[in-house]
Design a protein around this ligand. Structure first.
Ligand code: ZN
Length: 137
């Protein structure tokens, strides 16, 4: 089998590697970097970015867990007492982050989990939350 060689000349484009921006004529339609090194560099940069994002997200889970622990470990805290949403917010709880969402089979409510602890809306307007522990539901 003979490999097909394209003799087509592609219009010049800007190298996608951040900080390069050199204009070049790609040798095939998929080429977006001016050279092999910039393709490698950019993939490494993306990997680093993904890694940094993963760390940032896991910090948020840890922070959320810490906030819930503050209530849960308080000796006055009763498992059936709900916590106001704004108390959680004041302590820095990030409601947009959770490791998983599962139905609590006992209440049929949705639990947004961090690690061991999670929150479940205690009323239809979700202004109050029960703090749930995976070991107890
Ligand atoms: Zn380049």
């Amino acid at each position: 089998m003979e490999r097909r060689i394209s003799h087509r000349i592609y219009p010049a484009i800007k190298c996608k590697k951040e900080g390069c921006g050199k204009m070049f004529n790609p040798s095939d339609a998929r080429q977006v970097y001016c050279c092999e090194q910039h393709r490698i560099d950019n993939n490494n940069d993306n990997r680093k970015l993904k890694y940094e994002n993963a760390i940032a997200v896991s910090r948020i889970f840890s922070k959320n867990e810490e906030v819930l622990r503050t209530f849960y470990n308080n000796p006055k805290f009763n498992r059936e007492s709900a916590v106001q949403k704004n108390f959680l917010e004041i302590l820095g709880y990030d409601f947009s982050r959770f490791t998983e969402v599962k139905i609590n089979q006992q209440t049929k409510g949705l639990v947004h989990w961090n690690f061991l602890l999670g929150i479940e809306g205690a009323d239809p307007t979700v202004e109050n939350f029960f703090i749930r522990n995976r070991k107890t539901i």
